[in-house]
Design a protein around this ligand. Structure first.
Ligand code: AMP
Ligand code: ZN
Length: 111
């Protein structure tokens, strides 16, 4: 059994409030939302962070980014949204499994 939180969520071992799922990707609401809408998109395959991505992850990264606006719209963010990718300890990443935050619906910080 993996000790990675998001791998365990992707495997269905830990529940989440699912937004979207396909063979490669899972999106679920953040447990501690920073705004009225706050979910994240994660690859089911474990990758530590954006800093550990290579050329073979090109398609996966593209799919994650193209999914973000579709799901944001579905979640009611018709005006736009913020995407955040924290990378590594210095980037404030807490869960070491690549994830893209999608945030909106309230007043957001500029960065
Ligand atoms: P980061 O700082 O980019 O690594 O963000 C990790 C995010 O995961 C935080 O916003 C947490 O609120 C969120 N989080 C932690 N545990 C869970 C969980 N079990 N389900 C959903 N989101 C979680
Ligand atoms: Zn993982």
């Amino acid at each position: 059994m993996s000790d990675c939180l998001f791998c365990r969520i992707a495997a269905g071992e830990i529940p989440c409030r699912k937004v979207y799922e396909d063979d490669e990707l899972l999106a679920f609401h953040d447990i501690n939302p920073a705004a009225p809408v706050h979910f994240m998109i994660v690859p089911k395959e474990h990758v530590d962070s954006l800093g550990e991505c290579h050329a073979r992850h090109e398609l996966l990264l593209g799919r994650i980014l193209l999914l973000a606006p579709l799901l944001a719209k579905e979640q009611g963010l018709s005006d736009g949204f913020k995407t955040v990718i924290n990378t590594g300890k210095g980037g404030g990443q807490v869960v070491m499994h690549l994830h893209v935050h999608v945030i909106g619906g309230g007043k957001l910080s500029h960065l």
